[in-house]
Design a protein around this ligand. Sequence first.
Ligand code: GUN
Length: 295
Amino acid sequence: MSAKIISGTETAKVIREELKAEVAELVEKHNVVPGLVTILVGEDPASQSYVAAKNKTAHALGIHSEQVTLDADTSEADLLALVDKYNNDEKIHGILVQLPLPKHIDEAKVLYAIDPDKDVDGFHPVNVGKMVIGEQCFLPCTPHGVLELIQRAGVETSGAEVVVVGRSNIVGKPVANLMLQKRDGGNATVTLCHTRTKDMEFHTKRADILIVAAGVANMIKADQVKDGVVVIDVGVNRVGVTDSGKAKLAGDVDFDSVKEKAAAITPVPGGVGPMTITMLMKNTVQSARQFAGLA
Ligand code: GUN
């Protein structure tokens, strides 16, 4: 059996059309233009391409977007001052500081400086705390995208054994938390595996839904999953260069072998990646609504 492919590209397209219509209505009926600023420090090529994609998508949806690129040696104080400027800018409803930041800048200090009401990344402790206790907040974009993909693919999560591999603050911890929340798309029994897990295979083989965000190319093989599993591969690993000179990408899951056992699986690229950017747009539109008193 070959798995159903869960296409993030297609799902993202549907949600982006919904958002485009929502933005047009906000502009026409309420004179509200959602605004997003992305701040990139340094010249990391992967970060540059992520930020460019975010701005391109914002434009396509009618969202006002500003892109600030700072030198790698920008001081922490200057970055904090910039964040403060955008905290007080009425045209801007969402602030995204692209991670990772250069080593001389305290990442936590910068994230904590963002107004939680403009924290469309969902990384501020106020939003993280609200997420954990199940209050309405900005959900972090990649975990939110994973949830949307699972739900829109019609996969039952209630009572399912969900196994998450990876415990990062950006993906593993929040996605595990969201899957166990008492709400539609949650209610799962969740196991979180990480680098110190004693017998990873014992857990991955039990999974009805396996979410992998470990950052290791092709780490999960067919003999580590059970028949009929639903696999969400969050990994984006650069494993070479294509003939046209672009980065060649591989997920954390060995797609070719695992797709023969899985019921459904996300590809890389074209899986979770497009969903992450789309959820950022959704949060930005939501923020604009909130600032306008429309939410
Ligand atoms: N770097 C990798 N993923 C992300 C993300 O979702 N948000 C930000 N700000 N930086 C990232």
